[in-house]
Design a protein around this ligand. Structure first.
Ligand code: DC
Length: 225
């Protein structure tokens, strides 16, 4: 059986998860949201009141952290943390910056590397994150760098939070996006960057349907799917 691995990287709020999940369903691939894995570690730091910026503290905590990634009957990815289902909890806004902070530590990244690679060994996958094309799956058959301007991403996140019933001021949403962009692109290890062989897909001026079609077209073209 031929396995196709699609790596999608890009900054937060570019619509990676929604678009990648949708494309995976259309193409019959497994969808892996790696941000959810870092969020699960952030959730642990939050629940234990650990300083997520302290690498030594996080390294000492790792042996006590058991992360479980599974798929529900609806096919959606679920995250477990030491036996507790944290799928919903990891989406709390306060977990976003914690996830970004814990993801800067080399010990955390190497702790999660094997788990991510294993998922792509047996299945055709669409995996999204920040370093999938550069570090996790450097030999992926298809690499896409999915991005949009910070303002376009902030506007989408602002509307999403409003719809979810947890509104936040646009300026604050934009500031948080800029802060995470800075963290994710400036960390010493596996910073967010476009792999040399990745195709750029900029969705600033595209609506969801246009972005969805563009993504599927790119994957089919490159993977010969
Ligand atoms: O995609 P997301 O917003 O759910 O990711 C949460 C944080 O996890 C993000 O700020 C950076 C980090 N992350 C990472 O460092 N590497 C990945 N492959 C995925 C996410």
């Amino acid at each position: 059986m031929n396995i196709t691995r699609v790596a999608i990287d890009g900054p937060s709020g570019a619509g990676k998860s929604t678009l990648a999940r949708n494309a995976a369903r259309t193409l019959g691939y497994l969808y892996v949201d790696t941000g959810a894995i870092y969020r699960t570690i952030g959730c642990y730091a939050w629940s234990r009141r650990l300083d997520p910026k302290d690498g030594a503290v996080m390294e000492a905590a790792l042996p006590d952290i058991h992360v479980d990634l599974s798929y529900g009957e609806d096919g959606l990815q679920r995250m477990g943390l030491n036996g507790e289902d944290v799928t919903e909890k990891i989406r709390l806004p306060e977990i976003s910056l914690l996830a970004s902070a814990v993801s800067a530590h080399p010990c955390v990244r190497s702790f999660l590397l094997g788990m991510q690679r294993d998922l792509a060994r047996k299945n055709s996958v669409i995996m999204d994150g920040r370093d999938i094309g550069t570090v996790v799956l450097p030999d992926a058959e298809v690499k896409i760098f999915l991005t949009a301007s910070p303002e376009a991403r902030a506007k989408r996140r602002f509307l999403e939070l409003e719809q979810r019933g947890t509104p936040a001021p646009y300026e604050q949403v934009l500031r948080e996006i800029q802060e995470r962009d800075w963290n994710d692109t400036h960390r010493a290890i596996a910073p967010l960057r476009q792999a040399e062989d990745a195709i750029l897909l900029d969705t600033t001026d595209l609506d969801f349907e246009e972005s969805r079609k563009a993504l599927i077209h790119l994957i089919e073209e490159r993977a010969g799917a």
